[in-house]
Design a protein around this ligand. Structure first.
Ligand code: ASN
Length: 318
């Protein structure tokens, strides 16, 4: 039988210690409560739930580079899902569906340098999309769902939060979330504005107007600004959600693709649908489940809320 070498034994010890960690059961109950609150909230509003995919010929282009992960099967090439953005848009082809959500596992093989306290290369997001809605509608929806989640956690997770040594003050939201543009925050805090503004804040807030993926809509009344948004957790926990209104007209999609040097051939079926007027005006967003769990349980590291962590730059055996 093969004996483990010393370094391998150490990896095993670390993995086992993580699984046996005394805090994890309470943290996972909080996470389970978040997902239950999400389901109840969506169910009451009859928002269609679709199941996630794990691979597809097209997936999110993202606004930062990651290592590609392609799978060949049956003479076709699939990519692992970076997000369900295009499948959210495709689902809207069904005339009866005007709102949807997915609890969606995503793989983004981040360069190891992104190994910080909030990036995982495999994570889960609650992703949603609405037909004919605007940025303002979605920001309101986000405030409502986050308020509902915090309320549910406060009603159901007091023993867990108490054992974890965190109160509920950070879950008390007093009003609509404040909105800032990224330019405004950059002028105030410099290049690391997201982290700095998050540290200075005591309530979640929105950052709007990032130049990002081709599918995020530019403001036609104010070219050079974008109808997209992030939700930033306060107390230094950083970005927790991103979304936007979508480009849906063929000329706009092509223009944005060309600006971002997108492979148009890979998106030829998508472009064809846009030509046929079958990409609709929609808006949506997605928030990271591990990140909201980390914020609610006030854990220093994203790896603290997972049993089987996927943090860039580390070695894993399970
Ligand atoms: N879920 C995000 C959105 O709706 C996309 C992403 O995760 N990159 O815009």
């Amino acid at each position: 039988m093969t004996e483990l070498i010393k370094a391998e034994k150490k990896l095993l010890d670390v993995a086992v210690a993580k699984i046996k960690n005394k805090k994890i059961k309470d943290i996972l109950f909080v996470q389970q409560s978040v997902l239950k609150a999400v389901d109840e909230f969506m169910y009451k509003r009859r928002i269609t739930r679709i199941l996630p995919l794990m691979m597809s010929p097209i997936t999110d282009t993202l606004n930062h580079s990651v290592e590609e992960c392609e799978i060949s099967y049956n003479n076709q090439t699939f990519n692992v899902m970076k997000s369900m953005i295009f499948h959210k848009q495709m689902t809207m082809l069904n005339a009866d569906i005007d709102s949807l959500y997915i609890v969606s596992p995503n793989i983004r093989l981040e360069m190891a340098t992104r190994g910080d306290s909030r990036h995982l290369f495999e994570f889960t997001q609650v992703d949603f999309e609405f037909k004919e809605k605007t940025m303002e509608d979605i920001l309101k929806f986000i405030e409502e769902i986050i308020t509902a989640i915090f309320k549910f956690v406060k009603e159901n997770c007091i023993p867990e939060l108490t054992r974890l040594g965190v109160g509920t003050d950070h879950l008390n939201i007093t009003g609509p979330f404040k909105k800032y543009t990224t330019d405004e925050m950059q002028a105030k805090y410099g290049d690391d504005f997201e982290a700095e503004a998050s540290k200075a804040a005591t309530e979640p807030f929105f950052l709007t107007n990032h130049k990002r993926e081709f599918y995020d809509a530019e403001d036609l009344d104010n070219l050079g600004t974008y109808r997209n948004y992030d939700l930033i957790w306060p107390l230094g926990f950083g970005e927790g959600l991103s979304g936007g209104e979508r480009e849906f007209k063929l000329d706009r999609i092509l223009l944005r693709m060309r600006e971002l040097a997108t492979d148009e051939n890979a998106f030829r079926y998508y472009i064809e649908l846009a030509k046929q007027g079958e990409i609709f005006k929609t808006a949506g967003a997605g928030f990271g489940v591990e990140r909201i769990t980390r914020f609610i349980t006030q854990q220093p590291e994203i790896s603290d809320v997972t049993l089987f962590c996927r943090k860039p730059g580390e070695q894993y055996i399970f």
